[in-house]
Design a protein around this ligand. Sequence first.
Ligand code: 0A1
Ligand code: ZN
Length: 863
Amino acid sequence: MLDIQIAAAAPPPFVRREEYRPPEWLVPEIALDFDLGAERTQVRATLTVARNGDHAAPLKLDGEALKLISLTVDGAEADYNHEADELTVPIAGDRAVVETLVEIAPAANTQLMGLYESGGILCTQCEAEGFRRITFLPDRPDVLSRYRVKMTADKARYPVLLANGDPVGAGDLADGRHWAEWHDPFPKPSYLFALVAGDLVANRDSFATRSGKTVDLGIWVRDGDVERTRHAMAALKASMAWDEKVYGREYDLAVFNIVAVADFNFGAMENKGLNIFNSRYILADPDTATDADYDAVAGVVAHEYFHNWSGNRVTCRDWFQLSLKEGFTVFRDQQFSADQGSAAVKRIEDVRALRAAQFPEDSGPLAHPIRPESYIEISNFYTATIYNKGAEVIRMLHTILGPEKFRAGTDLYFDRHDGEAATCEDFVKAMEDAGGTDLALFRRWYSQAGTPRVRASLTHDAGAGRAHLTLAQQVPPTPGQPVKQPMPIPLKIALFGERSGDKLADRLVLLEGDEQEIVLDGVGERPVLSINRDFSAPVVVEAERSAADLAFLSANDDNPFARYEAMQQLMLDTLIAAAAGQTPDHRPVIEAVEQTLTNTDLDPAFVAEAVLLPSEAFVGDQMLVVDPEAIHRAREALRADLGTELEGLWRSAYSAHAANRFEYSPPAKGARRLRTVSLGYIAASGASDAPQMAKRQFDNADNMTDRQGALGILVNSDAPERAAALSAFYDRYRADGLVLDKWFAVQALSTRPDTPDAVAALAEHVDFTLANPNRLRALVGSFSVNQRAFHRANGQGYRFLADMILSVDKLNPQTAAKLVPALGRWRRFDEDRAEKMKGELQRIVATLGLSKDVFEQASKSLA
Ligand code: 0A1
Ligand code: ZN
């Protein structure tokens, strides 16, 4: 027998920031002519190309999975070389018209990149490098073109034909087909191209801009879903008004359309004038969406709309600059959402999300600066670091400069770079020029990865009436960056008199070096330190404050975020001690929670967040070696004590916040939240009527927030009400994909010990599919963040996840790759778990035919 050795394929190459070169060819004009069909689509592309600079290089076009039928240059057949994913065309002069005809198969596109089919709708996703799966083009963000798009399709199947810009013509053809043509006057990179063809209906509205132009708005969905777009439409109009008011940014086309599709790799996409959304961020009504879903809809609608300026009018020069548009736009959507309801609760939620997703990333094998130096697959860099830490970096600029100078900076940035592909450096420079502030050191936030740790120690000299605050920072090593420079860290601090409760000092400190000492006068009584108020910097603060001081701050600090933070720290210290085998006193936490719960001056929405214990995963993140079982036990014990000791208060809060009828308003939302949090504590107390109470809430709910809240409590119990509620929920919503996702997610997040087995069984359920990213995230994504279940000591969670990654990779590499980081946290666990996790990563890396998406994440996770 012949012994054949198959050489392993060469690992895919890195793209490096320092290798950026301007494009050799520009494409000022593009005309696209689509003959659309699900099985087969033909694309005729007419590119006007122009040599950029003095060179003799041929034209190079990107193209992936395209069947090339013909190519002409200036109307004549021409030579070309088509190799791998590149088409090389020699061009004699400095300008030419290149026409290609290609064929693609949207229905066979399971990657959901390029032109694909979702629920019978044809739609596109081009960011970052999906356009090359539609036709040949220099597919890079610094090549900006004016697009004219014509679409022809079967009229019965695809009655609605949408593209970027404004509609300029439409007509019927003889054979049951029809056509439409759209022109976008704004030059844009290919990643912002979009088209949609489908049987859609619209919620139509209009918006009058501040200069008096009328914009026609349309949110396009499947028939029957229009009623569920009201909230998204309200959010869109609010966003348009907000961007005019807060940033002076007006919308620039006569039409703005949004389309919702069920199959989408991310949340949504800001294509010029034609945003395409994952339907979960558009559709909402009280029966199917929770308050959190409503908030997410508004936040994502705002985010995509704001990209019209921060991303589209000023785009990115190359993908290393991704945070230029994403960090800034997340900051803008966070500001917008803060303005719509409770700013304090919004800040708590944003910081919680940062700590849950970005801090672990920044301390693990996939850590990267917000402006990365290299990548294998750019899709892997749509990360919490680029988005959420990126937003924190913009927020720090806002804090350091103050709102007026910050606004002068954004005005200057938009003026200077309108119509251009810009860099992070351009943004910082605009801030520097407008603010008159030297940001030389601040630029380190763009180049250095890792979460800085700040040690704070306070001493007090009562005689002199003076306090000394010593701040020292250390930025931990990250892959490729063993040694770090100190970062400029803006810290909002305050001192409170322990006896009087008075605020003795309140200031913004900019920690610039390794260490700094601050002298605070007028401090006669013993001060208590409040630091990183509002979470003014994305750092970890180690301030070594006693339980008494933290309890004091949780009751007296006038900064709501700092108050929340003090409570969290108190809870965290208690849980860490317990997980480490000590028996800490639960009293300080119980008393602080009682204090908060009985303080009638506080907003119930805030109270609900403040009394929640940190997640098991967050407790784990603080430990050298994560012990999932010990953390779970410690947290359940504290929950039980809080439930029992304060049972009367939880019961009063539960009844006090009952509502007769659903209402969507900030106070009503706060009441619902506190009610379900209280119910959770009643259940944690072990009260025998808790399952009935939860079942009653579940049965009587007139909204999804209460229903899902009750289900989320029941799903952790052994009571018979559990199965009854799960099956009632399934029967009622089995036809609604978005709600069914909740049914999968809630079970994958259960704290019950049988969750790993339940999840494995759910993966075999008729309604489970690997093809829909939302469904996959609901089951597998949720399971991978359920610390105790995923890290079951026998390794079954790891094996399950790796199997899923490998199966999904064959269909949709982007979505598969997003599941890898959970396995990459092996260094944080005991040897036995670490070996098992590494074993799965090794199995993944050794798999033939692996995508570069998964290869990059898995190989880096092992390094
Ligand atoms: N720019 C979008 C995010 C996005 C990125 C890649 C996508 O491809 C699958 C889709 C969307 C945003 O920030 O909303
Ligand atoms: Zn974005």
